[in-house]
Design a protein around this ligand. Structure first.
Ligand code: UDP
Ligand code: MG
Length: 207
């Protein structure tokens, strides 16, 4: 339910991320404050068994924009994203993983491209896969080709779950009947105007 409109929601699914949490907050907090717009950091705790939920609730006491949603049991990355989409209040919604493989600094670029090019989707696209082995690159390419055929649209190659969508897209996704959605297929399938931002993916920060 949207009680109060915000400029930006950052949705982060988290499962057993206690190790990465302090670094994640350290990097995210100044960055989001520095954007100069109203925002919420909406963390979906996906039934973590470690101290993730405790640490989140503790951090939220000193950080009003941090909102914590707790799923009762572990439901998986995509289901946690769905839960975040349903609760997000932002005019733009960015999804990002907790492990800092996707540099949060790119969120500012997403917002700029969305506004300048007036698009509803900005895909984060990995600039290079040179760190991946040859078999991994090849199977990834085959997977994307097959999925493009199935979806009947171009899916940005090497787009992960790091992206920005507009409120129009969030509402369209939330209106879909099925719940077991794969965002990286459903969002291209919806066919909203889109752009890409290239970035270099890092190693998992911890955990
Ligand atoms: N995650 C989740 N539920 C799960 C597994 C993972 O919410 O059951 C979260 C995890 O905390 C992280 C994101 O989904 O923020 C991606 O997970 P991970 O980095 O392990 O996946 P990979 O980078 O291998 O795709
Ligand atoms: Mg990861």
């Amino acid at each position: 339910m949207r009680t109060e409109a915000l400029a930006l929601s950052v949705v982060v699914p988290m499962y057993d991320e206690e190790e990465v949490l302090p670094i994640f907050f350290e990097r995210m907090h100044p960055l989001l404050d520095g954007l100069g717009i109203s925002y919420e950091l909406l963390v979906v705790d996906d039934g973590s068994r470690d101290r993730t939920a405790d640490l989140l609730l503790q951090a939220a006491e000193a950080w009003p924009q941090l909102r914590v949603v707790r799923l009762l049991r572990n439901s998986g990355h995509q289901a946690a994203q769905s839960a975040g989409f349903r609760r997000a209040r932002g005019e733009f919604v960015v999804t990002i993983d907790a492990d800092l493989q996707d540099p949060p600094e790119v969120i500012a670029d997403f917002l700029k491209v969305a506004r300048d090019e007036d698009v509803d989707v900005v895909y984060g696209v990995r600039a290079d896969r040179s760190s991946d082995s040859w078999p991994k690159r090849t199977t990834a390419r085959l997977y994307y080709r097959l999925m493009c055929r199935l979806v009947g649209k171009d899916i940005p190659f090497d787009a992960a779950d790091f992206r920005l969508v507009s409120r129009r897209v969030v509402d369209a996704v939330n209106a879909l009947p099925e719940d077991g959605r794969v965002f990286r297929l459903v969002i291209p399938w919806l066919g909203f105007p889109s752009a890409e931002v290239r970035y270099v993916r890092a190693e998992r920060a911890a955990g």
